[in-house]
Design a protein around this ligand. Structure first.
Ligand code: PLP
Length: 389
């Protein structure tokens, strides 16, 4: 049986070899510690779980939800965006519920790209920024995040031909995988660029709540003019330990959201209402102290990891947000995959090769802070103890 042409266009999975080695190592009895995946290890806060338990016993939540989302869920997002980001939104026209950020990002490609259209995609970046356009029949164009510019793309370096064909642009701050926060003035330049080239900006706001050292992450929608050319994906997955729940929303430009909603009415039947009611609980100020205690936990882990990497001779930049430490591969290794295989082989620790997030991730690796403290400490000790090449 042959897959569709669209599926055949997807690039081969680059890390099949690494995964095979992880399996072999485990099968041989090694105590492998994975720092690879960004999936919070702590449970969802009790007040959110309890809201879900109550909601799920209400028979009204058992029926098909509306595809826009419940009014109270959209109003909770409106209130959160006002309180947190100083952004005003109309819940009737400027907010739609999504079954996770991944669903929203993927479906936007189907809503906006035709054959030959370009989607500008942050590189390194969340893999759906390039896989989504490919599956939709469009063409992803990598926007290299330049370390010298603070891990933002150089907008002036985008070829005129690509800018002309581009319909979408995917950006994400605080950033996965680099841990970078948006430099001052960058969002303003994005608005001007998108206006000039009539591109819909999709800002992936999956990490705004995981911030350190007094930093406050802005919403893209707080930038003057952003709502005219852009939308934001807000996900509860990472900030509220809710990856399994699939709770997110798209917010911003009403016209773009109308197209997304119309597409969705043909694809899925909305977000389970009990999950939306759990989302209402998560977005209320009552959950703020839960987020604060998660931040404190990640901050300690971040400092532990950065100190151990420094001891190992790795030049690491301490991130001000996200659950990731992004660091350059030490000298002497052929590339990020070779270094990650070396760490697996000699320390039995899984770290992510930067190349998995795009061509510009080559030469870097990512450590996720979502492993229980004692295991994380053990893993970084093993890495620090590796003989230097
Ligand atoms: C984890 C992650 C997502 C996926 O979020 P879901 O809401 O769980 O689908 C999207 N974008 C980025 C950058 C992520 O790191």
């Amino acid at each position: 049986m042959q897959p569709s042409e669209r599926l055949a266009r997807m690039p081969p999975y680059l890390f099949a070899e690494l995964e095979r080695k992880i399996e072999a190592k485990r099968a041989a009895g090694a105590d492998v510690i994975s720092l690879g995946i960004g999936d919070p290890d702590r449970p969802t806060p009790a007040l959110i779980v309890e809201a879900m338990q109550e909601a799920v016993s209400e028979p009204q939540t058992h029926r098909y939800p509306s595809n826009r989302g419940r009014t109270d869920f959209r109003e909770a997002l409106r209130d959160f965006y006002a309180r947190r980001f100083d952004v005003e939104l109309d819940p009737a026209r400027e907010i739609v519920a999504a079954i996770g950020a991944k669903e929203a990002i993927f479906n936007l490609n189907l809503a906006f790209l035709d054959r030959g259209d370009v989607a500008l995609a942050a590189d390194p970046g969340y893999p759906v920024y390039s896989g989504g356009p490919l599956l939709a029949g469009g063409e992803p164009l990598a926007l290299p995040l330049v370390p010298e510019l603070g891990f933002v793309p150089d907008l002036d370096a985008i070829p005129a031909e690509a800018a002309r064909r581009a319909k979408l642009m995917y950006l994400n701050y605080p950033n996965n995988p680099t841990g970078a926060v948006v430099p001052r003035g960058f969002f303003e330049r994005v608005v001007a660029f998108a206006r000039a080239h009539q591109i819909l900006v999709v800002h992936d706001n999956s990490y705004s709540e995981i911030v350190y050292d007094g930093y406050r992450a802005p919403s893209f929608l707080a930038t003057p003019g952003a709502k005219e050319i852009g939308i934001e994906v807000f996900s509860l997955s990472k900030g509220y330990n809710m990856t399994g729940w699939r709770c997110a929303a798209l917010l911003g430009n009403a016209n773009a959201l109308e197209h997304y909603w119309r597409l969705k009415t043909n694809i899925d039947s909305g977000l389970f209402e009990a999950v939306q009611l759990a989302g209402v609980a998560a977005l209320s100020p009552d959950a703020d102290h839960e987020v604060a205690s998660m931040i404190e936990l990640y901050r300690q882990r971040r400092d532990l990891v950065c100190a151990a990497l420094r001891d190992a001779g790795v030049q690491v930049r301490v991130p001000r947000a996200t659950i990731y430490v992004w660091a350059p591969v030490p000298e002497g290794f052929a590339g990020s995959a070779a270094y990650c295989e070396h760490v697996l082989e000699h320390a039995a620790v899984v770290i992510s090769p930067g190349r998995a997030y795009g061509p510009s991730g080559e030469g870097w690796f990512r450590i996720s802070l979502t492993t229980p403290d004692h295991r994380l400490a053990e893993a970084v000790q093993r890495i620090a103890a590796l003989p230097k090449l």
